[in-house]
Design a protein around this ligand. Structure first.
Ligand SMILES: C[S@@+](CC[C@H](N)C(=O)[O-])C[C@H]1O[C@@H](n2cnc3c(N)ncnc32)[C@H](O)[C@@H]1O
Length: 223
């Protein structure tokens, strides 16, 4: 996350929890000021302790962008929340995003829904897949430039950075793992003939086929 944040940014980090990212950005000298915000009392107390020992960090408490409405910052970071939660935080206070040039987002899931929102609201994304201790992290570096390329189903599912080409090993690792989950879900639906179950199954099979197609592409790039 820190690598993706431009040096010298005034950062607002939402959902800071232990404040690891704000602390690193401040202590390393990468960023002169960091707002560390969290909705819950436990994390907020920890952020207040961080504020005491780290002059560049300001602890704030509240939901999403709410506590930041009267502060100026140049880069927004949100990591470790679900894609829908991140999307909803951005959607609720869109006016606060208007002057912003950079966002670094790391959704834990539902990347597709988050990408769709970002593309529809004038953002472009450069993305990176990072693996740590068997967990895959999607890091989205967003700039406020309208995406002018195609917005295909594959773009929404896998991102706009053609990682099957640029990070084939990581791409295969993440999507093989995801594919097995999908296969289990399809088996779990059983043989029920109800229209609702059949519709769900058709959708999962369609996704499975796209995933396999792009895993095959990544394998070709890897050779
Ligand atoms: C899993 S932790 C992620 C911590 C850190 N950002 C990281 O990536 O390691 C999620 C944090 O987000 C906070 N959170 C959840 N929803 C929030 C919201 N709507 N606004 C602000 N903070 C939120 C939680 O209290 C928790 O501390």
């Amino acid at each position: 996350m820190a690598r993706a944040i431009p040096r010298g940014s005034i950062v607002a980090d939402i959902g800071s929890d232990h404040g690891l990212l704000p602390e690193f950005l401040a202590v390393s000298g990468q960023c002169p000021q960091v707002f560390a915000a969290d909705i819950n009392p436990g994390p907020f107390e920890r952020l207040q302790e961080l504020e005491q020992r780290c002059l560049q960090v300001s602890a704030l408490r509240g939901d999403g962008l709410q506590p930041l409405l009267h502060h100026n910052f140049t880069c927004l970071s949100i990591s470790g929340l679900g894609g829908i939660a991140i999307r909803d935080i951005l959607q609720r206070e869109q006016s606060k995003l208007q002057d912003l040039t950079c966002m670094v987002l790391q959704p834990n899931n539902k990347e597709r829904e988050l990408r769709q929102f970002l593309i529809e609201h004038g953002w472009s994304m450069r993305e990176e897949l990072v693996e740590e201790a068997g967990v895959w992290y999607e890091i989205m570096v967003c700039t406020n430039k309208k995406w002018v390329g195609e917005c295909t189903e594959a773009n929404l599912m896998f991102g706009f950075s053609q990682r099957w080409r640029h990070q084939p090993s990581e791409f295969i690792g993440k999507w093989e793992y995801y594919k097995h989950g999908l296969i289990r879900a399809i088996h779990g639906l059983g043989k029920a003939q109800r229209a609702e179950v059949q519709g769900k199954k058709t959708d999962l099979l369609r996704r499975l086929s796209i995933i396999q197609q792009y895993i095959n592409k990544a394998k070709l790039w890897k050779e």
